[in-house]
Ligand binder design. Structure first.
Ligand code: FE2
Length: 384
């Protein structure tokens, strides 16, 4: 299958992976043939793109370390709980959240991940603007658990980290929604208010006995930085526990790959580079190294261009070798179509990826100059 941005879809193409709508209900089943009105619906729902069937790509099957159904179950439970909180906040009423359903859904997600051997997050995370907060919360929870496993945290600690990440932004639901939808720069007063959301969430979690102290710590510390430049308290050194450092790094990575009102959505290679460039200063080095080991810098199905000018799609990625995936080449150096060939990128081969994107058409036609050093080499150096 191939990935296509919604903008590039045409009627008659066949859906290769089921698509879920804004209420997380099934919108288009695998095998569905796109029409003009269904493409318009995807645009309306701000779904960034979908997977399509394409000749010669049947064996390119992105697999998630966590079943999409488990993620959706968790997102739904979270949405229900947060809706109650927001309603209560706007009416000035105190609302209690029952975390039982969210906890059960989180345990299910983390359970499949803990059972997996050398898991890699290898799918493009498809998101829409409509339930961005819930997708971000659940995405962070999955990723933090993965890093926790890679960093050999105890299973119980990983579960608490996962719960903390699911709830990390729920302090936002106790504040005016307009603050988080604003497209322009925040005023100083607005920024100060926003920077209080970790503390608000932490207090609510402790007062209502919603989370364990460790999970609540994750909520409080998810915007702190190793060098003390974070918020709400600007802590650093030994005061900043490992579990909080994972939360802070994951939060930034997931924000960069998300649809945001104030910045464009980026590909994982860009996000990993941004985070790794700041390990040792803003972010924890060990968490950064874990990130590049178990998050596919080039997810399965994404389009890539090599330093040779050839272009194709990522077929698979191995744990620990995420900067050099197996690639199926569809186009030659001169952009002419070729017989597809699978190439395992390798340091000794000399070929490396210089551009990635969601659409093969765009990536193969893009004007790019050869960088002095590829992102793959740069990431390997930063993670060394
Ligand atoms: Fe936050």
């Amino acid at each position: 299958m191939i990935f296509s941005t919604t903008l590039d879809l045409t009627p008659g193409q066949t859906v290769a992976r089921s698509v879920y709508g804004k209420d997380n209900h099934l919108l288009m089943k695998r095998g569905y043939e796109l029409t003009l009105s269904s493409i318009a619906l995807l645009t309306e729902l701000t779904i960034s793109g979908i997977y399509l069937e394409e000749e010669g790509t049947d064996d390119i099957c992105p697999t998630d370390v966590v079943e999409p159904e488990s993620r959706i179950k968790c997102q739904n439970a979270l949405e229900r709980a947060f809706a109650g909180l927001q309603k209560g906040a706007s009416n000035g009423k105190r609302v209690m959240v029952n975390p039982a359903q969210i906890e059960a859904a989180t345990r299910e997600m983390v359970g499949s991940l803990l059972d997996a051997q050398k898991p890699v997050l290898a799918m493009l995370d498809l998101r829409s603007e409509n339930n961005a907060l819930f997708q971000h919360s659940v995405g962070c929870s999955v990723l933090a658990s993965l890093l926790g496993k890679e960093m050999k945290l105890a299973d119980d600690m990983i579960r608490q980290l996962a719960m903390g990440m699911v709830f990390h932004d729920f302090g936002q639901t106790l504040q005016p929604a307009s603050l988080y939808a604003k497209k322009g720069t925040l005023t100083d007063a607005e920024r100060k208010t926003v920077q209080e959301h970790p503390r608000l969430g932490f207090r609510k979690a402790m007062e209502d006995d919603l989370l364990s102290p460790l999970a609540a710590y994750v909520v409080l510390r998810h915007h702190e930085r190793v060098d003390g430049q974070g918020y709400p308290d600007g802590i650093k050194g030994d005061d900043f526990k490992r579990i909080g450092r994972i939360a802070a790094l994951v939060e930034v990575y997931d924000t960069i790959i998300s649809l945001r009102p104030y910045a464009p959505q980026q590909m994982p290679d860009y996000a990993v580079k941004q985070v790794l460039c700041e390990t040792g200063t803003a972010f924890d080095k060990e968490a950064g190294v874990a990130l590049v080991k178990c998050v596919a810098v080039y997810p399965t199905g994404c389009a890539v261009r090599l330093n040779t000018g050839e272009s194709g799609l990522v077929v698979s990625t191995e744990h620990g070798k995420t900067t050099r995936p197996l690639v199926r080449l569809f186009y030659n150096e001169d952009n002419s179509r070729r017989t597809p060939e699978d190439v395992q990128l390798d340091r000794s081969d000399g070929r490396c990826i210089i551009l990635s994107g969601m659409s093969l058409e765009k990536v193969r036609r893009a004007k790019v100059s050869l960088p002095k050093i590829s992102i793959a080499d740069e990431l390997d150096q930063l993670a060394a």
